[in-house]
Design a binder for this molecule. Sequence first.
Ligand code: ZN
Length: 324
Amino acid sequence: MILAVAPLVDMHVHLREPGGEHKETILTGTAAAVAGGFGAVACMPNTDPVLDSPELIERVCRAKAHCAVYPIACISIGQFGRRLTNFGLLRRAGAVAVSDDGKTVEDEDLMRFALLSAADHGLAVISHCEPETEICERDITLAEETNSRLHIAHVSLRSTVEVIRSAKKRGVHVTAETCPHYLLGSAHGAVNPPLASEEDRAALCAALKDDTIDVIASDHAPHTAAEKEADPSLCGFIGLETSVGAVLTALYHTRLMSAADIFRKMRETPAAILGIPVPQGEIVVDTDVPWTPQKFVSMSSNCAFTGVMLRGRVAVCQPTLLPD
Ligand SMILES: [Zn+2]
């Protein structure tokens, strides 16, 4: 089937700029995003330096890019987990959410203040949970206590899915995402959280279907081949160019979900969580074409699905950039 739909939104990518321009830049990362069908991405703040000041947020917003880029600011200064950043100023500078992604906010009181302050400023709090289920449970309790909104990043375990499902039933304002590599389970290389069991994989697919998990995000995490070779434990995969193919293979060709329901979790839902507009323009998706990822627009090629046969691919993507 050939589908023409609006460009997608990826709410969890690492564009590596500033400080990691040998792995990816905002320009190359957004070129990869466009190739993968995305018209907007939200980038994580664990760059070098980390995005904990309005100046750095403005710098990301002003950078030349091929699609819309929405920066996520740090929860804590330096991501040290000790003092909150200034959410009001960061919001005004262009941040759409706060996260210490890559690290867990260990201090429970700090996380409570973060949830309260973010609620005041209309920012989503995105939690990197390690250990996953335990911290997810803690943060859900805090969100419940403070009547605030929480988003759980890269869910990989059935036990976490169950915690989120029961919280949603109680009416807690929690949303969650998972990533293509946890759904297809054929990835090679290290990722954090690590790939779990077949039981976990099946639970994640079921959780997407029943809306316990709201969003699919790539967690695009470029590393150079030399870096990977020097340190095989370096975590993450690039994912922007393979996201649609992997997700269609895992969910659509297995008849678990319709293409419309899948794309809602890659467009309207993440846009609503971040409070950003749905991108304008058009992508054309061939849902059936078989292909094997080999070459990438991204500067890095640490792909989870290199040499893996995927079914479904973005044929054309023409996002319309909104005027400044
Ligand atoms: Zn993370």
